[in-house]
Design a protein around this ligand. Structure first.
Ligand code: PHE
Length: 345
């Protein structure tokens, strides 16, 4: 039947157009020619009207079946092209994660943090616990409880930064870590063997050996029968554990309101090991911190019986300790965060 053959030929042409379209756009542009009203297959619809009813039915069914197949092929091709284009887009936008360097230059702990950890290790090895407290304190914890009443002239030893909270000069940035010791004594009955590392703040202008925010570590021991000899022995033990056997410590009389007697704690210069150099001004000694026997008033202030218990305390600057150990000549270098400096430690 001639018409059916024509239909088959038109269908073949339509399938050719479908598979020949290389992109979605090309397929869309070809659609009117494939199944549109003016396409060959579209024209047959109109031609049906001129056929005998019997023939019209047979040819009509054939035409519908053919159009159905062409329409399915069109859908399949459209889906195939869309998937291909999506794949191409993914490929183009794909991030090549293998380009991330295998050594991204990971950071490490800051020198001060490393120093704190090393100090903690030494003291924990000697049986001390580690205590922490708030950096914002009240006058009572920072001064009063430590035997420093408001009128005490020694308060000028600490250039205090007060917080403007409409509470007068009552709330401040702690000037030392000693208030942590007060808190420990309030919370815990003797025996107490603890160290308190942390940040402290003073109204100092930064220079090579001062910073307005720096780090301290203080130690506190309260027990029965504690003597000045225990203090000296502990500091000597610490010095050789931290700096090595060649470095010794010594005590010089001094004054702190919260300790009696009080002493300054020196160690052999770590640069020249005691023979005398520029760093130690040819004395062979470097001052590390203060110490002494806990003043009985301080024990009474926190409800510990000074007749039964005695104790000692010591405190020194961590940043300066790190400075000495590594031969750094300006404290400010520690906190300007220049990686060329930081990566050396
Ligand atoms: N708290 C003192 C300071 O900041 C140091 C110190 C601690 C002195 C313990 C004696 C005993 O200077």
């Amino acid at each position: 039947m001639a018409v059916s053959e024509d239909i088959d030929a038109a269908a073949t042409a339509a399938h050719g157009l479908i598979s020949g379209a290389a992109t979605l756009d090309a397929l869309k542009a070809a659609e009117p020619e494939i199944l549109g009203k003016k396409s060959a297959l579209g024209q047959f619809k109109r031609a049906l009207g001129g056929l005998e009813p019997d023939e019209r039915r047979v040819v009509g069914q054939h035409l519908n079946a053919v159009r159905e197949t062409v329409s399915e092929a069109l859908d399949d091709r459209r889906a195939e092209l869309a998937a291909g284009e999506r794949r191409a887009q993914f490929e183009e936008e794909r991030m090549d994660l293998t380009e991330v360097p295998t050594d991204p230059g990971l950071g490490h702990l800051h020198l001060v943090t490393q120093t704190v950890q090393r100090l903690e290790d030494v003291f924990v090895g000697m049986g001390f616990t580690v205590s922490e407290g708030p950096e914002v304190e009240t006058d009572w914890y920072n001064f009063e409880a430590l035997n420093l009443p408001k009128w005490h002239p020694a308060r000028s030893m600490w250039d205090t930064l007060y917080l403007n909270l409409d509470q007068g000069d009552n709330v401040l940035l702690r000037t030392h870590t000693s208030p942590v010791q007060v808190r420990v004594m309030q919370e815990q009955a003797p025996p107490i063997y603890t160290i308190c590392p942390g940040k402290v703040f003073r109204r100092d202008t930064a220079d090579a050996s001062h910073l307005p925010a720096f780090h301290q570590i203080e130690g506190l021991v309260v027990d029965e029968g504690i003597t000045f000899g225990d203090l000296a022995g502990t500091l000597d033990e610490f010095t050789s554990a931290y700096f090595g056997g060649a470095i010794k410590s010594r005590l010089r009389p001094s004054f702190f309101p919260f300790t009696e007697p009080s002493a300054e704690f020196d160690i052999n210069c770590v640069i020249c090991e005691g023979s005398g150099c520029q760093t130690c001004q040819r004395t062979g000694w470097i001052e590390l911190g203060g110490c002494g026997m806990v003043h009985p008033n301080v024990l009474s202030n926190v409800g510990i019986d000074p007749e039964r218990y005695t104790g000692f305390a010591f405190g020194f600057g961590i940043d300066r300790l790190a400075l000495m150990r590594h031969g750094i000549d300006d404290l400010r270098d520690m906190f300007t965060n220049d990686v060329r400096f930081l990566t050396q430690f």
